[in-house]
Design a protein around this ligand. Structure first.
Ligand code: AMP
Length: 328
């Protein structure tokens, strides 16, 4: 843990009356949990400071965590310290008014490509940004306050970004910090029900996906979800994008890919890539994308480019399998 950076961040937080928290587009449990959790912690600790999240995004899967703050005039930003969490690049910050803030702090666990903060705390080995928020709290726990709600938010991001504490980056520090949060009284039964319960209709879509998924000879599984399919099953784009999780765990398929058409063809086709043992971000990077070694995103602009990406993934899996043993 970088104690000196945490000290600088704490000092900066103490020196501002107004703090605004920012997250990434296409919000997920990690960036939502990190921002909402830190907002709660700071509100409890510094009741006289104004701590805001102005985001404007909604998510049906994360609706249970509640709404953010109402929009504020530009002047609010100009006097604020901005803390951007879980966002590697400026272009992916959901509220682009972040740029108005007087100073910025970046807290992130992606590969560093854009150190846009006055202070940049980036730890690529951390399996979630929420773990960094938990570490920030832990370093200040003598002086800072936390509540069951704040702990639940932070725990939510740790749970979701680590695939329920399964992914490679999870280590003893992760579990100690998660334990610290559980000690605050996280209602895990309700939390896991929110994360796992499915609508009846979405299971019908899942059945369709299992009927129509394909795999390459090398061992890349993939599915293409076009707009007709989304209409047929009454899926929002967000629900359709969730298809990536259905392809996980096929023996010998070391990577799996979902292509999802959006209602705006000019935005291209969203690609979500996942892998185990091998890395997949190099394939994403060749198609306007990037991300983590085993969880990346990209954009393709035609069915042909989608097929090309599948060929590249197939090649990558073959190469990995030919040079390594022990994969499953
Ligand atoms: P997703 O499949 O959208 O959940 O993305 C997985 C990871 O890849 C996340 O950490 C994203 O931040 C990252 N990612 C997704 N799309 C892109 C992109 N177009 N460029 C760079 N990183 C991306």
């Amino acid at each position: 843990m970088n104690r000196e950076i945490i000290r600088q961040i704490t000092e900066k937080i103490e020196s501002y009356d107004r703090i605004m928290l920012f997250r990434h587009i296409r919000m997920d449990g990690d960036c939502v949990g990190a921002t909402k959790g830190l907002r709660e912690i700071l509100r409890l600790t510094y009741p006289d400071k104004e701590i805001l999240i102005v985001d404007g995004q909604t998510s049906e899967f994360l609706a249970f965590v509640g709404e953010d703050d109402a929009p504020v005039p530009d002047g609010y930003y100009r006097s604020a310290l901005g803390i951007v969490i879980d966002v590697a690049e400026r272009s992916r910050i959901s509220n682009q008014k972040y740029a108005l803030c007087r100073e910025l702090i970046k807290i992130d666990h992606h590969i560093e490509t854009d150190p846009y903060g006055r202070i940049n705390w980036v730890e690529e080995d951390r399996p979630s940004a929420c773990e960094m928020v938990a570490a920030l709290y832990a370093a200040n726990r003598e002086a800072w306050k936390i509540s069951p709600l704040a702990a639940t938010y932070v725990y939510l991001g740790m749970v979701t970004d680590t695939g329920r504490f399964r992914f490679g980056g999870v280590n003893g520090d992760t579990m100690r910090l998660a334990g610290m949060l559980l000690d605050q009284g996280v209602d895990t039964e309700t939390l896991y029900a929110q994360l796992y319960l499915k609508d009846y209709e979405s299971l019908k879509f899942r059945a369709y996906v299992y009927e129509h998924m394909e795999r390459t000879p090398g061992g890349a599984a993939y599915i293409y979800v076009d707009r007709d399919m989304q209409r047929e099953f009454g899926l929002s784009f967000e629900a359709a994008c969730n298809v990536i999780s259905y392809l996980e765990g096929i023996r010998e398929c070391l990577c799996w890919i979902a292509f999802i058409e959006s209602d705006h063809p000019e935005d291209g086709i969203r690609v979500r890539l996942r892998s185990r043992f091998m890395t997949i971000n190099d394939v994403a990077e060749r198609h306007h994308g990037g991300g983590h070694a085993c969880a990346s995103g990209a954009t393709v602009y035609s069915r042909e480019e989608a097929e090309q990406l599948v060929r590249e993934a197939d090649e990558s899996v073959r190469k990995y399998k030919s040079q390594n043993t022990g994969w499953l």
